[in-house]
Design a binder for this molecule. Structure first.
Ligand code: ACM
Ligand code: ZN
Length: 511
């Protein structure tokens, strides 16, 4: 039931039963957790009003529990909750979060946090019974740290906000033409050379340059820290190492990876570059395997994103090595050469127990077996891939590109790449188009993308991501039949104090 007194939870839970009454959270309210829920309880302690200036302690579960406590438990017998579901029960005498898994407990704890609201307030929980589980298992947010670099504390704040809205997949776009951002021990020039570009186009006049060097990368230690921080919050970090296009920073670092073998620099302009990794020479694959070995060490994610988008083929056409590869592998041409490239990488990842994810261009020339497709040029690529028996993440630029303008009055907005994607349009997204009704299970989720060519600063990222990420979170979590734009707007309004208390630089919305 979703009645008048339904608490303002985003994303809207599957089942909410309200009744009159409240449970006050006082200095005496104890926090209790079983072993598997202790990490969630420690997070919760930081979100509740402090006691004597300190986060309240977490105690172990005991049968003789006092009334008036908040209890977090993991119960594998609750198969109905599956991997990520939870039950939350609040009575005047206490509150309990139950999940079948740690992740389920984490999401239930985030719902509890939303009921609590800003930490600074004296908190009172409404009496409520919630049973909840997600519609999709990939609920993603992407951030491009190649075009502009964002340091670890900012990434951690973004992960906090993702978790608050039950987004569980952070797609970290670590490499591109304009910068290589992850330390690779065996290939030090990637960050010595590839992490620095000489200049950046001006946001308000992309034909002109700022003339100022721009640099930054994450050390292995920092990457480990981000991955661990995300995992504590139930978020998986999916790294993206772009290939064979969007690789100019790698070519500048190791020119022997390109078809001409010299003359590359880290790009100082935006757009699609013709210089790409040579698909003919074995040195390219030795390089990629060395890089990915280290990436797999750092990222436990079952999915590894290898890009695959926007790879012009003219350098390959002019390259003797690439032509020899086409002949030797009996390929029909350059599109099939890209396919062959992706199949090779997919096989290499599969041998190590990982799945390849790529942008929808990886369909061209034939999909690698087992590849997951991220559909960005609309949903058509996703439809074709799902029909062919592949898993799909829907991230179409029509509904999921958070670098697009949020208003038609572009003069009143900070400069953006273009487009028009208001909050309401994100909310209206249906990830399973009618054409896929028979293959609905192939759509494993949705994702919002934040490309940062025109987003140089941290608060600007938040301005582009919020509140659109909340709309996306509801698309990703809530059953389609329960979604309503009016209901969402009402609940969204109630989130303003929490977002304000968290210092989120969201774009103000009206209604
Ligand atoms: C993309 O937006 N080039 C995936
Ligand atoms: Zn070549």
């Amino acid at each position: 039931m979703h009645g008048m007194n339904t608490p303002a939870i985003v994303p809207l839970p599957v089942a909410v039963d309200t009744a009159s009454g409240t449970m006050p959270i006082t200095a005496d309210t104890a926090l209790r957790a079983d072993r598997d829920s202790a990490a969630a309880a420690r997070l919760l302690a930081g979100w509740l009003p402090p006691v004597d200036g300190q986060p309240r302690p977490v105690s172990a579960l005991r049968p003789s529990a006092r009334a008036g406590s908040i209890t977090l438990t993991t119960d594998a017998a609750r198969a109905d909750l599956r991997d990520e579901g939870y039950a939350l029960s609040v009575t005047p005498r206490g509150a309990t979060v139950t999940g079948a898994t740690q992740r389920g407990v984490l999401w239930g704890t985030q719902t509890l946090r939303q009921l609590v609201g800003p930490r600074e307030r004296a908190a009172t929980l409404p009496v409520v019974e919630i049973v909840d589980r997600p519609r999709f298992r990939w609920r993603g947010l992407h951030l491009d740290v190649a075009r502009h670099f964002f340091p670890v504390p900012f990434i951690e704040r973004l992960l906090d906000l993702m978790a608050l809205y039950k987004l569980n997949t952070f797609h970290w776009h670590l490499t591109d033409d304009q910068g290589w951002r992850i330390e690779i021990r065996s290939r030090p020039r990637l960050t010595e050379v590839g992490a620095r570009r000489a200049a950046t186009p001006l946001p308000h006049d992309r034909t002109r340059s700022d003339g100022t060097p721009c640099a930054g990368h994450y050390t292995r230690e920092e990457v480990r820290r981000v991955v661990a921080y995300a995992a504590e919050r139930g978020v998986t970090v999916v790294p993206e190492i772009e290939m064979p296009g969007h690789s100019q920073a790698a070519l500048a670092s190791y020119p022997e990876l390109g078809c001409t073998g010299s003359g590359y620099e880290v790009a100082t302009t935006w757009g699609i570059k013709n210089d790409v990794l040579c698909a003919g020479r074995e040195t390219t694959f030795a390089f990629l395997e060395e890089v990915l070995e280290e990436v797999l060490e750092l990222f436990p994610s079952p999915y590894i994103h290898v890009g695959g988008d926007e790879c012009p083929k003219q350098a390959w056409r002019a390259c003797a090595h690439c032509r020899a590869r086409i002949a030797h592998e009996q390929l029909a041409g350059e599109d099939e050469l890209q396919s062959w490239f992706m199949r090779r990488m997919s096989g290499w990842l599969a041998d190590r127990g990982r799945h390849l994810v790529g942008w929808d261009e990886i369909l061209e020339g034939g999909l690698a077996p087992g590849a997951t497709v991220m559909s960005w040029r609309g949903s058509a690529g996703g439809v074709a891939a799902a029909r062919a028996g592949h898993d799909v993440v829907m991230s179409p630029n029509t509904h999921c590109y958070f670098d697009y303008y949020q208003s038609e009055d572009t003069a009143a907005e900070p400069p953006a790449i273009g487009g028009h994607l208001p909050l309401e349009r994100v909310y209206s997204f249906e990830p399973v188009p009618p054409a896929l009704a028979a293959h609905a299970g192939r759509v494993i989720g949705v994702q919002g993308n934040i490309w940062t060519e025109y987003i140089p600063g941290e608060s600007h990222v938040q301005y582009m991501a919020f509140p659109r990420a909340l709309a996306l979170a509801e698309v990703a979590w809530t059953p389609a039949e329960l979604r309503s734009p009016a209901g969402f707007h009402e609940r969204l309004a109630a989130h303003r104090p929490l977002l304000d208390a968290l210092g989120v630089h969201y774009r103000p919305w009206s209604r």
